[in-house]
Design a protein around this ligand. Structure first.
Ligand code: PGA
Length: 251
């Protein structure tokens, strides 16, 4: 079945950015509004401290905002955490959940990631649910099995009714400058698509599957045209407006 899925390019600023970084946003907005109209939806997930500013300033250029994580609860005694509803209140429309840095640094399990995705949906956000294997898992031939397990555990049943986005990010490709071959990306994305359709039927055929991990101006064009790659989740290369714009334009 061929389904047309409009591509989405999301920038994950991680723990980078202060109010001074809003200059990059202004620069990106300028490029997006003066150049050829982008063929992709554009999302920036900045640190929470400047989320509201990004949402406000990006809007006129069609740039949407997202959080980088949320707590599964709607409110309560969770010092330092942010509820999905708070991100929505700050102007977010998306939230990344289950990024491998959170899975590794904060011991987040598939169950917790699923609860976060449910909370996001409950708050009217679109969760960007991250999955991906480590290098050792790939080397031992387990990559597809690991990712299938993460998909099964991290995507809530509510995805049959609400929009969710999946981001395939091989852990060993994040921030390393290394990427899988296009064939490997195609194989993994086909396998993810198969799992989504198996579980969610026609709805699974419409879920965006983003590729993430060292996506750069130099490799964006070829990676973004791989079958079942419906956009990208970009870390380092999203921090500079010029680089991020080049990636957006590669769609
Ligand atoms: P990278 O990060 O583009 O810097 O590899 C991607 C991500 O972690 O989302």
């Amino acid at each position: 079945m061929t389904t047309t899925i409009s591509p989405l390019i999301a920038g994950n600023w991680k723990m980078n950015g202060t109010r001074a970084s809003l200059d990059e946003l202004t620069a990106l907005a300028g490029m997006l509004t003066t150049g050829e109209a982008p063929r992709a939806l554009v999302v920036i997930c900045p640190p929470a401290t400047i989320l509201a500013a990004v949402a406000r300033q990006g809007a006129s250029a069609g740039i949407q905002a997202g959080g980088q994580d949320c707590h599964p609860a709607a409110s309560g005694a969770h010092t330092g955490d942010l509820a999905a509803g708070m991100l929505a209140d700050a102007g977010a429309q998306y939230v990344i959940v289950g990024h491998s840095e959170r899975r590794a640094n904060h011991a987040e399990t598939d169950d917790l990631v699923r609860l976060k995705a449910e909370a996001a949906i409950g708050a009217g956000l679109k969760p960007i649910i991250c999955v991906g294997e480590t290098e050792a898992q790939r080397d031992s031939g387990q990559a597809e099995t690991i990712v299938a397990g993460q998909l099964a555990g991290s995507i809530p049943d509510a995805a049959s009714q609400h929009e969710v986005i999946v981001a395939y990010e091989p852990v060993w490709a994040i921030g390393t400058g290394r990427t899988p071959t296009n064939d490997d990306i195609a194989k993994m994305h086909a396998s993810i698509r198969h799992k989504l359709v198996e579980r969610f039927g026609d709805k699974g055929a419409t879920v965006r599957i983003l590729y993430g991990g060292s996506l750069k101006p130099q490799n964006a064009r070829e990676i973004l045209q791989v079958e079942n790659v419906n956009g990208g989740l970009v870390g380092g290369a999203s921090l500079l407006a010029k680089d991020f714009y080049t990636i957006i334009s590669a769609v």
